[in-house]
Design a protein around this ligand. Sequence first.
Ligand SMILES: Cc1cc2nc3c(=O)[nH]c(=O)nc-3n(C[C@H](O)[C@H](O)[C@H](O)COP(=O)(O)O)c2cc1C
Ligand code: SF4
Length: 401
Amino acid sequence: MSKLVNLLAPDTENDSFTALKKAVTMNSTDIIEEVKKAQVLGRGGAAFPAGIKWEYMARIVKSAPPDTPKYIVCNADEGEPGTFKDKFIMENLPLKLIEGITIAGFTLGAKAGYIYVRGEYRKIQKRLLAAIQDTHKQGFLGKNILGLGFDFDIHIISGAGAYVCGENSALLNSTEGKVGRPRIKPPRLAEVGLFLKPTLVNNVETFANIPLVINGCPDAGGSKLICLSGHCRNKGVFEIPLGKLTLRDIIYDPQLGGGIAGDKQLKFFHLGGQSGSIGCADQLDTIYSYADLTKAGLSVGSGAVVVMDESVSILEYLTSVAEFFIHESCGKCVPCREGNFQVLKILQKLAAKGASLNDLDTLRRLASTMTTASFCGLGQTAASALTSAWKHFKTEIEGAI
Ligand SMILES: Cc1cc2nc3c(=O)[nH]c(=O)nc-3n(C[C@H](O)[C@H](O)[C@H](O)COP(=O)(O)O)c2cc1C
Ligand code: SF4
């Protein structure tokens, strides 16, 4: 399997911080230009171009008084079920991540960076702390980095296991010690972020790509870590070139998913986490790229590829998705707090063959209201699995009526 940029190369090849050494010889505009050219799209799920985000933050920083504190925040909450690529990076490539965050700090004139790590990743938090201490010893973090008068440090913040804290503004509230609920936007976090100061928030994988970009890898934006799980033979984190493989390659290639375990048939796949869309066998020839998946009503999202075989009931699966969102809804807004409960009730009625046509109509309206009227991305995407599955499995879903 071809690997475009080899993001997964062991850290030992990178531990001399060659990209940081190069970055400090460049000016901010040139660094940002490189990130834009590499077309790195944010790997946390929303796929916002990293270069554009950095450029916007640089503009805010420029217009602020010079002594304004600025912050770099790495989103390592990784709460999306079926997603474990950030865990892989933090366990195996912590120096690449530290280097990427430090380059962002240098570019945007920040003195402090935070990695917000999900609470369940206790061992990884220790691993990161040890890597930060080593980096200090090597002189690439702390005071007067590389003798250039550039001070930068990275702190670890532990989450407490709430999925909504992966939403970037809720993450900042949680980092400040407040309740982890989303903020109203605008203002953007680049303007009013952590402690109300200009803040850049990027995902772990996004930052880990930055050293590759600065080291001159033209295709850094074209490599993606995916997480295969469920009923495929091979499970784990794989690096793939975006735009070159189909979903069929990903699920069936012996070097990737290896096909369906137990020689069963594929029933569906769920891409991008619980907030992503469900696809079926008819869509296996879709190319795995941001644009192609979007065209097909699917998405890269968090990089999760959950494969389900023919034994799985779609209603049971959707019920578990609804239960997840009920558990994780922060309760701030009605469409999400109440909507997920009502969705679950109707799904349970359908599974018990006790639903009516009216219930189906209500289900449709609930999905639409949650998507359009919820306050944050959690509620806005909570019905994605339901609406996409409904298209593919109409007979199974409506069969009980
Ligand atoms: C409910 C919810 C949960 C999220 N969880 C995560 C997460 O665990 N990790 C992450 O990087 N982004 C997560 N995001 C996306 C972030 O809000 C944000 O887009 C991301 O951190 C930006 O980084 P990127 O541009 O590098 O992707 C979540 C968004 C929502 C709405
Ligand atoms: S959509 Fe509303 S209730 Fe749901 S997590 Fe976001 S703010 Fe909280």
